[in-house]
Design a protein around this ligand. Sequence first.
Ligand SMILES: Cc1ncc(COP(=O)(O)O)c(C=O)c1O
Length: 415
Amino acid sequence: MADTTFDGVDLQALAQRIGTPCHVYSATAIRQRIHALTTALHGLDAQVCYAVKANSNLAILQLMADAGFGADIVSAGEMLRAVCAGIPAQRIVFSGVGKSADEIAQALDAGIARFNVESADELHLLQRIAAQHDVIAHAAARINPDVDAGTHAKISTGKSENKFGVEIDEAQRWFADSAQLTHLRLDGLHVHIGSQMLSLGPIRAALQRAATFRRELEADGHTIRSIDVGGGLGVCYHAGHDTPVAIADYVDVIRRELDGFDGRILLEPGRWLVAEAGLLLTRVIRVKHGGQRKFLIVDAAMNDLVRPSLYDAWHDIVPLGPDSDAPQRYDVVGPVCESSDIFARDRELPPCTAGDLLMIKATGAYGASMASTFNSRPLAAEVLADNGRYAVVRRRQSIHDMIADERSAQQWESA
Ligand SMILES: Cc1ncc(COP(=O)(O)O)c(C=O)c1O
């Protein structure tokens, strides 16, 4: 029988009180990851900027703030969340290919540490807005090293065909012309080649390109104050199948490849810090015997956790009941009207019946943060467990919350 407690909290009792579906996170597990990463980085001039997109709940961001971590953001909304959670603007870096003029202005006003610039257009827009605001913006060139991250195509970002970053030749020209950028200090490099990487080879290759480029730039008289190594470290979604890299080995690669660099190293982990510290608690609505398959229809759906639909991602699923009987094969599906609303196909599980609780595991990253209200399904509750206690850190959305900003077309205007 599976352990029915999570960070000391009884999941059966929690489901009774809070209802399902419900995202549950373990503060203890997140603190353990924070500690392991901090320990591995010992002796390096390093700043961790947690990738807010992985899980942007304020309570999770507060755990990062408490650890002295900064934030990697990709929107003004994420910046607001980070600042609200107590992460100082001076520890925030802004990545993303589509920063708008308004978002850049807000980030400059807030005084964030650095912009990871992804195009020449963005570089010049940043210069213009910084000049208007009479401030100096600190910028890093996000290079696209054309390295295959060896992960799912939809979460690969470092190949030349991807929209992210710029070729090293182009970044080189930015540095060569940077004296003209009166309100911008282009003094950093940034590289992030993808997510859920389970081997060090691609990370090493990308860092080697960044390190070589750094040496070339310094030889040309440029000062590089920071190298941002991005995020991307993978986690275990499939027990006995996925073997994540040890954090100490990952940091050793950074140490080795950036040896001789005396500036600051920035890291932007997201998934590795929070994925395995979360689970999605869901209840079986009914078992349906189809023509060819047996369906376990649960009350969570693709709107609560889109990774399986979007990336065919595997998540281990564990029922909370006894597992003594002969296992059955089920398709575990949600109620949404899409055939892609499926959490597992032909998965062997102990026999389940209506009312049983299931844990969909390792959903702490890119779970709630990618949720939607598709099919007018309210956003699920989120709960933080911490050593036998729990706090509701997002109440379940009500239908009234969901439609609050909508109205019938009564007032018509011309534009
Ligand atoms: C620029 C950047 N940094 C960091 C991350 C975080 O990646 P991960 O959650 O895989 O660590 C991402 C994810 O897409 C990203 O785009």
